[in-house]
Design a protein around this ligand. Sequence first.
Ligand code: ASP
Length: 439
Amino acid sequence: MDIKVCKFGGTSMADGNIMRRAADIVRADPQRRYVVVSAPGKRFGGDVKITDLLYRCHDLASSGEDFGEIFSRVRARFEGIEKEIGKDVGMRGELDRIEKEIRAGAGRDYCASRGEYLAARVMSALLGWPFVDAKDVVFFSAEGTLDDESYIKAAAALRRYPNAVIPGFYGSGADGKIKTFSRGGSDISGSVVARAVRASLYENWTDVSGFFACDPRIVSSPECIREVSYQELRELSYMGANVLHSESIFPVRSAGIPIRICNTFRPEDEGTLIVSSARRSRSGGAVTGIAGKKDFTVIFLEKSMMNGEIGFAEKVLGILSRYGVSFEHLPTGIDTLSIVIDDKYLAGGVLEKIVSDIRAEVRPDSVRTHEGIALVATVGHGMANAVGTAARLFRSLSDAGINVIMIDQGSSELNIIVGVDNADCADCIRAVYREFFRA
Ligand code: ASP
């Protein structure tokens, strides 16, 4: 029988009643055999996620302050959930133990991971399925990245159970201690489990009915994308379309397992199906989606005969790596090179130091910087074959009076990225959306 892995996000775990709804979804399809859960998220605007409370507990405890009040909020949430589901899950004992561990100096990742751990305990009781700890399923390398051994070890740990519930977000670090992914990382855990059990589908249950063609805070009621490739999605989610963690596609992509984004609150909706690029190139319109991200800086370099100077780019990139700075894009011309860098790397005078080292070491004719840039990506496999897509894109921007500071088309014909002023980001997205979706 085909196996489906279901991952439920924080809003699908927000309280006991919603958890019951998630359990009903799982029970409705016997192929849904492995469940990965996030920690309870926000129940309403202004509410605080369990993970955030746990980080605060750790930070207070490690600076010698009292974390009792914050921990009592974690306690109240989980004891409330236990009441709502009407089952004794042993929450009190679990919470006492966790509180003691935080007091005794447990690590930051360990503390943060307890939200997923407890949520999985609840789901395991609700479904009557075994709990398999993520520390036996997900493993990190010494560099802190996902270790490929995870698939083999996870397969061995899960093979013994026809059904299981696994906490998301964490696993075992190379030192044997609990380590977490970056925020939102339960999506990656779900993907690891799907690959390990050779699932036919990875269902990612959240609170929206799939991926929108652009941010609904920018364009009201944008179209929902029915089908998107892993690659298109990677581009869109890297650029800020954050339904799914941008790294979560890697484990399933190489195994060819599709992902479906589903809505726990509207399970009948079709959602978005994420499939291989090969399948997508045969279907769909020119543009699949548009996404934007603010706060980049571009360093523009000009030097006559740059194309003939062996090692020019290597020297420039060497300077960046000396400062621990990675770059996002590197559009080049014959005599020009532009480097797009995320502002998070450049605070505290780093930009000035890089520019001065570039002047001294590669002696360009000119170096300019442009700060406060937003990148807007127009993404779609169909662009490769649709004549005039770029013309339509740039006409829509000029009609909207938007000044394009930089253009990068990458090498995949999947993506056209424009750099505009931060202040123009939303207008830029609106203009492109109007051109391709509401023409
Ligand atoms: N609970 C974690 C977070 O809030 C991980 C996750 O939900 O995927 O980031």
